[in-house]
Design a protein around this ligand. Structure first.
Ligand SMILES: [Zn+2]
Length: 136
């Protein structure tokens, strides 16, 4: 989480809203990333994309993922992974930990397993075709 916050602060020293993500890999490496804006917001990508692809490049499993957004004024909130990122992370199994915002205070991280944030994951209908972890 500190690496994610450090990236936001170092990359964006202004007082505008910015975000970043960080992922802990199986070998202990922490990868961070942030997403550029685009003229057409429809083509923007999630902050998680850079560390997600980096994990693939390094052939490492993703152990945990966090995404933060610093609002103007400095308040930093936790952004739980979007549905697409949850689907991407599912490749790494149901035990991946993802940061979600505490319901009473969005600045507080609550760590949950991907299994817990995808209780009815669609691939559970195909237990023979997926990694053992998702079913059982
Ligand atoms: Zn996403």
């Amino acid at each position: 989480m500190a690496a994610c916050k450090d990236l936001i602060d170092s990359r964006f020293p202004d007082d505008e809203g910015h975000g970043a993500a960080a992922m802990l890999l199986g070998d202990g490496t922490i990868l961070t990333g942030t997403a550029p804006n685009a003229v057409n917001p429809c083509v923007e990508v999630c902050h998680e994309i850079e560390p997600y692809c980096g994990a693939h490049r390094l052939n490492q499993r993703i152990v945990a993922s966090v995404c933060l957004h610093r609002q103007p004024g400095g308040r930093t909130v936790v952004l739980s992974p979007c549905g697409v990122c949850r689907e991407r992370l599912a490749v790494h199994g149901p035990d991946v930990l993802v940061a979600v915002a505490d319901p009473s205070d969005a600045t507080v991280v609550v760590w949950k397993s991907l299994r817990d944030v995808l209780p009815d994951y669609w691939m559970t209908a195909f237990p023979d075709e997926i990694d053992a972890g998702w079913v059982g």
